[in-house]
Design a protein around this ligand. Sequence first.
Ligand code: FES
Ligand code: FES
Length: 160
Amino acid sequence: MVRIQLVVDGQQVADDVEPRMLLVHYLREVVGRTGTVVGCDTSNCGACTVHLDGRSVKSCNVLAVQADGSEVTTIEGLADGDELHPVQAAFHECHALQCGYCTPGMIMQTVDLLRDNPDPTEEEVRVGLEGNLCRCTGYHNIVRAVLTAAESTQATGGTR
Ligand code: FES
Ligand code: FES
């Protein structure tokens, strides 16, 4: 076992973990952040996307020990109390989900994408989300939600 210490959604945590434990399993099974989900075992779907020190990563592709000393944000740390993050609000407004399984990862990836490119074209959105798969929506409303979030965050002065 290895002792790791990190910040998850603003909360300091410290645990002994197996060196082989994946970050996604640590977040779900040890820290209890079950909003982050596993959708594949091939690192393809992006459902497990979280932010590691501010950048999106597929948490099934990172070992928990690699997150030692870092700050992790999951979908559960994105809202400000009862106030949805602008990207969450845009997904809600644009009906950008059906079963919702891909949604946590889509939203985390979108937040990172808009940080890098606050005013993306539709094509840039599709390229930016190509590592996140959705088997329900056909992507149209997801892309619309990202463009809506970009507009609203520009109007209000940027994402958190
Ligand atoms: S569960 Fe991580 S990419 Fe599918
Ligand atoms: S809404 Fe079902 S997988 Fe995307």
